[in-house]
Design a binder for this molecule. Sequence first.
Ligand code: GDP
Length: 213
Amino acid sequence: MAIQKGKTEFLMGIDQVEQLATWLGEHPATHGVAFIGRSNVGKSSMINAIFGKSVARVSKTPGRTRQVNVFKFLWQPVGQPVPQEFFLFDVPGYGHAEVSKEMGRNWQLLLDSFFHSVSGKVLLLNLQDARHPLQDADLQFQHYIHQFELETYLIFNKIDKLKTQSERAELQKQLPDIYKKNKWVKQIYFASAESGQGVQPVVDGMMNFLLRP
Ligand code: GDP
C-alpha cells in the first residue's frame, strides 16, 4: 500500500482565477491533498519524503513560487487491480511580506477560489515548525482557512531538531494549548521530513482520507 515513487508528475502551475476555473472544470473529480505552511517550514522536504525525492523542486524554481503547483500521483490501494490517480497541490508558503499590493489581491482571490472549490475533495496538510508552534502567521492562516471547512491535518515538522530534554519539555508544555487552539483540526502529527520519523503515519492518514468514498 504505497505511493508509487518516481511516478508523481508535474502538471501545471496555476496563478490566475480563470485558469483555476478552467482546470477545475476539466477535472471535476478533484480528489487529492494540498500542502501549505510558512515558508521554510520544510514543506518541500515533506513532499519529497512522501512522494519521492525532488518532486517539490519544481515548485521552488523561479516563477513557480507564487503559483498553486499541481501534480498527479499514483497510489495502488490493497485489493485494487490498477493504481488510482490523485492530485497533489503544492500551495506556496505564507508569511511572505514582499508581495506587491496588486499581486497580493490577485493571490488572495486565487487562494479563496482554490480552497472554496476543493473543499470536501481535498485534504489540507498544514505544516508548522515543532520548535515554534502557534506562530502569528500560522494562527492567521488557520483563522482564514477555517471558513472553507476543508478537512485539515496539522503536521509539526522538524521534531529531530528538538535535541535536548528541555526543548522536548517545552513542546510538551505547549501541547494543551496546541490541542485547544486546533480543536477543528482532524489530526495532529509530529514528524521529521529530514529523518523520516513520523512520516508514515501522515501517509496513512492521507490514504484513509483518499479511500473514503
Ligand atoms: P519550504 O520552504 O517549506 O519548502 O522548506 P524546505 O523543505 O525548503 O526546508 C527548509 C529548510 O529546512 C531546508 O534547509 C531543509 O533541509 C530543512 N528541513 C526541512 N525539514 C526538516 C526536518 O524535518 N528537520 C530538519 N532538521 N531540517 C529540515
